[in-house]
Design a protein around this ligand. Structure first.
Ligand code: WT7
Length: 631
């Protein structure tokens, strides 16, 4: 299954396009199935209706755990590095992880969870988070992991959207020198969540928490009441494995649905290939399991391949900006997979944090989440890889389940800031606004995918029409990514960023409409418009233009009130970096906000605002420009 030469890549790619069913059928043979499929693929992008490995039965945890026990039971599966480096790290071998997952799966059953039930997971980056995820998969329950930075309201919306029956959380989380009261947040959320029957609480930071009789139970107590034998539930290849909520151009996040068979094959295949993982190596992905990167490339991908995956609780700058390099040295990390925002942030501390750190174990570097600028690419290459470790700039999305366009480490020649070439099985095309294919090289367009791949989303939970509208209706018979893209003279792809109203702030995906809705919930705000602007570390910053007519007191205080409101409604990750109070917004006569103009103002590029003649009140633009200069 592993590609070892560029020639083989070309051959595999060709085969995957000419005979996709044969190609993926062969890849899938590298996994363990209870029953084989009768058809590799049936599809229709109009509905959309996509089925991979139809008729096949499996359980993904047998692929991630059981099948490694005989030969690799004592091999480390997860190495956990705590937030505080003074604290003891924890190593779970495959045998231990299997035992813990089975035991916790029995806890879930004991608390009424069964196949098909939705379970919300809101936890810190501790091994128990991976255990909770795998335990859900073990019994066929559908996990919906919510990132620890989301507010009670965001959690409640997500729990209610998928009618979760059980919540798994912890008393609190550490994040650098901060403590986050996870259970308090959950308590606030659950006031509005009638479907939740049980809440399982892990003790982690040992902060006092309220435990509601009949609903809340302690993880530590529960595991004492069960044994560690739990046969895996037999799942259909197209049964739901998990839901993961993600933002789009509307105000309401949607639950992206991934299914068992195709997702497993795709996460495993892409992990083995993109990172060129070799047996015995230590692999470190710095993402949070609350995002798709953590699902596919901390948990399912690496474990399905019997790899050793480092799970880090903390942040890159605590207790110092040497932390990543300390971890690399401590565990002799061979592959480091991180985000451009982290690279830029660490780069800003200069070379001192690298002083005396032994990074010689590093063989492969990876980047994900947003376009990587050339400066960051070169710094990563030179200072971290010492010019010897290929950088895989991996382009993909929550919806794609796994990496789509990326170099294959040691195989594909890299090029700074380019995701390079599509992986086997992936057929990208560029289209213009009218959906016409842009052929040839040295061209730009909107990035679409014209053929299904096993890891793709199947629906958006509870609202299939929304899936169809969002991804399959913009262009006929194509999956639309929402990204703009350049294909250079060599046929290499460079993703240039979103072409819809979605922001990418420090690799976190946030819809402008969502932030606007949150700002508008502040009692004094009449209207707002949110756009992104280039930010040195975050990639994009959030710039909010806000109409707040009867402000009392200082404007600075009102800004803080707005930030507080956004934190309550969405979470701290969506707080605007800049707020500009304005008396009006540039609108067309039909009332549409002209974001193009606001984007230019936010970028500080007011030389050429383009055609403003269709504006209802062109004067408002001058006013905003003047106010923006003083911000
Ligand atoms: C969006 C998806 C994929 C896991 C993390 C983010 C942007 C992602 C790259 C890259 C340029 C990238 C795209 C994409 N993006 N990777 N290597 N180069 N842009 O997942 O939250 O679903 O966001 O992130 O704009 O559409 P996500």
């Amino acid at each position: 299954m592993q590609i070892t030469s560029f020639k083989q890549y070309e051959e595999d790619y060709k085969k995957s396009v000419e005979n996709p069913e044969q190609f993926w059928g062969e890849v899938a043979q590298n996994f363990q199935w209870r029953k084989p499929w009768f058809k590799v693929l049936s599809w229709n992008f109009n509905e959309p209706d996509i089925k991979w490995f139809e008729g096949a039965k499996l359980n993904i945890t047998e692929n991630c755990l059981d099948r490694h026990l005989a030969a690799n039971g004592d091999k480390p599966a997860i190495i956990w590095e705590p937030n505080n480096p003074e604290e003891e790290s924890v190593i779970y071998t495959y045998k231990m992880l299997h035992e813990r997952v089975c035991r916790f799966a029995n806890v879930l059953k004991r608390n009424g969870a069964k196949k098909g039930d939705r379970i919300c997971i809101y936890m810190p980056m501790v091994p128990e988070l991976a255990i909770a995820v795998l335990a859900c998969a073990r019994i066929g329950a559908v996990h919906s992991v919510i990132f620890g930075g989301f507010s009670a309201k965001s959690i409640a919306d997500r729990i209610n959207d998928s009618q979760c029956k059980v919540v798994i959380t912890a008393d609190g989380a550490y994040r650098g020198n901060k403590q986050i009261p996870l259970k308090d947040v959950i308590d606030d959320a659950l006031i509005g969540c009638p479907t939740v029957e049980k809440c399982i609480v892990l003790t982690h930071v040992r902060t006092p928490v309220s435990m509601l009789k009949g609903r809340d139970v302690w993880w530590e107590d529960e595991v004492k009441h069960v044994n560690d034998i739990c046969e895996a539930e037999e799942m259909d290849a197209e049964d739901i494995l998990f839901i993961l909520y993600t933002s789009g151009s509307t105000g309401k996040p949607k639950g992206v649905v991934h299914t068992c068979g195709g997702y497993m094959v795709y996460a495993g295949y892409t992990f083995a290939n993109v990172f060129n993982y070799q047996p015995g190596e230590v692999y470190f992905c710095t993402a949070d399991i609350g995002w798709i990167t953590g699902h596919s490339y901390i948990v399912y991908g690496p474990l399905s391949q019997g790899a050793t995956s480092v799970l880090f609780e903390g942040i890159p700058t605590y207790p110092s900006p040497s932390r990543f390099w300390d971890i690399v040295e401590k565990y002799k990390v061979n592959t480091l997979y991180t985000a451009p925002t982290a690279i830029r942030s660490l780069m800003s501390y200069g070379d001192d944090p690298l002083e005396g750190k032994d990074l010689s174990s590093i063989r492969v570097l990876g980047s994900v989440g947003e376009p990587i600028n050339e400066e960051a690419w070169h710094w990563f290459d030179e200072k971290i890889g010492h010019g010897k470790a290929p950088i895989v700039d991996t382009w993909w999305q929550t919806e794609t389940g796994g990496i789509m366009i990326s170099p294959i480490a040691t195989v594909t020649p890299t090029k700074p800031s380019f995701a390079t070439l599509p992986l086997p099985g992936i057929q990208p095309i560029l289209v213009d606004e009218n959906g016409n294919e842009i052929e040839g090289n040295g061209v730009m367009g909107n990035l679409c995918i014209k053929f299904p791949w096993p890891g793709m989303l199947r629906t958006t939970y509870g609202d299939h029409e929304r899936c169809k509208q969002t991804y399959f209706s913009t262009y006929e018979n194509l999956y639309f990514t929402g990204d703009g893209c350049l294909r250079d003279e060599d046929g290499y792809y460079r993703i240039t960023g979103r072409v819809d109203d979605v922001l990418n702030v420090s690799g976190h995906r946030i819809g402008t409409a969502e932030v606007e809705n949150a700002i508008n919930m502040h009692a004094g705000v009449v209207e707002s418009a949110v756009v992104g602007y280039p930010h040195d570390v975050k990639g994009q910053g959030i710039y909010a233009f806000v109409i707040y007519p009867d402000m009392h007191g200082e404007a600075e205080l009102s800004k803080k009130d707005i930030l507080q409101t956004v934190t309550r409604v969405i979470g701290a990750i969506a707080k605007p970096d800049k707020i500009l109070f304005v008396s009006g917004l540039p609108k067309t006569r039909s009332g549409k906000i002209m974001r193009r103009i606001l984007r230019k103002i936010a970028e500080g590029d007011t030389g050429n605002l383009g055609d403003t003649s269709t504006l209802l009140d062109p004067g408002v633009v001058e006013e905003i420009i003047e106010a923006a200069k003083k911000l």
